[in-house]
Design a binder for this molecule. Structure first.
Ligand code: AMP
Length: 183
């Protein structure tokens, strides 16, 4: 089993529902166990490489223990994106759901269509904040810094705030986090 962190985000439609459905589908993956789900964060759209529109995102991170290989995990994430209405013809536009493999254990992969760790995760506050909630001591395998350290140093000043009140989701009790949020 490998410990895998998957980032999710939604900025159109019923964002809470899309996030909730994505987490539910991730919890049902074969040879996998859902080990943690972050709270939801509301974040300003970042226009570094894409134009996702004006809608603010809801973002979070899921921790899975899985036997799925990285490539088949990516294919499955893309199927979930399609199932939840992601527009394949305009992938850089507004998105019902976006799923990214952030970390796959301490694997380092750079092949066509799949880079692990995700190449921009350390530049994005909206990834580092929920990641920090789940496992602040997780070490980036190439940058050799903990998530907490990366978050302290990230230059990204975009707004990321905890969604309040947190919606009730299908997860009545979320898996326990390493550190209680806000501590
Ligand atoms: P996005 O617009 O963020 O959904 O980008 C998805 C594209 O990034 C797909 O073509 C993937 O093949 C590629 N990609 C590369 N590395 C990753 C990764 N670690 N997680 C998810 N998608 C990835």
């Amino acid at each position: 089993m490998e410990t895998v962190f998957i980032g999710f985000g939604s900025n159109v439609g019923d964002r809470v529902d899309y996030c909730d459905r994505a987490v539910t589908l991730l919890s049902l993956l074969p040879h996998s166990r859902l080990a943690g789900v972050s709270l939801l964060y509301e974040t300003e759209p970042v226009r570094d490489r894409t134009d996702p529109g004006e809608g603010w995102f809801l973002n979070g991170v899921v921790q899975l223990e899985t036997d799925m290989k990285p490539r088949s995990l990516l294919t499955t994430l893309q199927e979930i994106e399609r199932a939840l209405g992601r527009d394949d013809d305009d992938r850089s536009g507004p998105r019902t759901i976006d799923l990214d493999i952030l970390f796959y254990g301490d694997h380092v992969t750079k092949e066509p269509g799949l880079t692990i760790p995700h190449p921009r995760l350390h530049q994005r506050r909206f990834v580092l904040m929920p990641m920090n909630e789940l496992d602040p001591l997780w070490v980036h395998p190439t940058l050799k810094q903990s998530v907490a350290q990366l978050l302290t140093d990230v230059p990204d000043q975009s707004h990321v705030r905890l969604l309040f009140p947190q919606p009730s989701t299908r997860y009545g009790s979320r898996p326990t986090c390493h550190v209680p949020p806000g501590s």
